[in-house]
Design a protein around this ligand. Structure first.
Ligand code: MN
Length: 281
């Protein structure tokens, strides 16, 4: 089962792709894939409605895929959560999770254009496992039950402008992470209980068809469960919020690859969660 949102920006409608690959309209259950839907057992209700044959088939051909979650209240990002990426960025691995913020209006669909910001010379890609929150996360006692708060997982491109991030920032990275269109999400959300182990997923990126990143979420310094536990000591995560869990090595910041330019194509993929593709403009 895969959750999707179909239609023009701001007017997407919720749908689910069933196990036969048919796209089915979810508007009988919810107006959108938002925090209220996840917090009210949306996944279980969708499964029941599918079993009851209650969801009509939707003709999806030709419809734009939006991000698979409605505008989140917050997009929390984890920095340097893979040791080899910390090294290529010139840093030692952190002893505690490092976080920064992306404005929620950076979130766009998985095949939407990505705009190179004005005065950018160092626009870069970052494939990441994105966690969508299903139940409020606050002051967890341990990482042990943290994953019970996850609605599902999707693919995220934490697009970054390295001069803005490093030279213009005073050490606070968000300036280089916040430009319009800088967070493609999708193509779909897979419910948490259909991802047996979020720490065993291969994640890859490509530019113009050439391989860039190729790693595994097994290489995270802090697991998804640990990240939610740690974040919950400092902030509240609400249903529908998104956590980008960090990127592995193989970005342009390493010096091994050129930064992207207008006309280039980024492709970002996670095993079992699908592939997204953006043309830069
Ligand atoms: Mn990142």
């Amino acid at each position: 089962m895969k959750f999707v949102r179909l239609g023009e920006p701001g007017r997407e409608r919720p749908a689910v792709i069933d196990d036969q690959g048919l796209t089915r309209d979810l508007t009988a259950l919810t107006a959108d894939l938002d925090g209220a839907f996840w917090a009210s057992d949306g996944t279980a209700r969708t499964r029941q409605a599918l079993a009851d044959g209650a969801l009509p088939v939707l003709e999806a051909a030709g419809l734009r895929l939006g991000p698979p979650v409605a505008r989140p209240g917050a997009v929390i990002c984890v920095g340097q959560n893979y040791a080899a990426h910390a090294a290529e960025s010139g840093s030692t691995p952190p002893e505690r999770p490092v976080i920064f913020l992306k404005p929620p209006n950076t979130v766009v669909g998985p095949y939407d254009e990505v705009l190179i910001p004005r005065n950018s010379v160092k626009t870069d890609w970052e494939v990441e496992l994105a966690v969508v929150i299903g139940k409020r996360v606050s002051y967890l006692d341990s990482p042990e039950h943290a994953l019970e708060h996850v609605a599902g997982y999707t693919v995220s491109n934490d697009v970054s402008e390295r001069d803005f991030q490093i030279e213009h920032s005073g050490g606070q990275w968000s300036k280089g992470k916040a430009a319009a269109t800088f967070n493609p999400l999708g193509p779909y959300l897979v419910p948490a209980d259909e991802v047996p182990d979020p720490q065993k997923l291969r994640l890859r990126s490509f530019v113009n068809g050439e391989p860039r990143q190729d790693s595994s979420t097994a290489d995270m310094i802090f697991s998804v469960a640990h990240l939610l536990y740690d974040l919950s000591q400092y902030l509240v995560l609400d249903p529908g919020d998104v956590v980008n869990t960090g990127t592995p090595e193989g970005v342009a910041l390493s010096g091994r690859f050129p930064y992207v330019r207008g006309g280039d194509v980024m492709e970002i993929e996670i095993e079992g969660l699908g592939r997204q593709r953006q043309v830069l403009r």
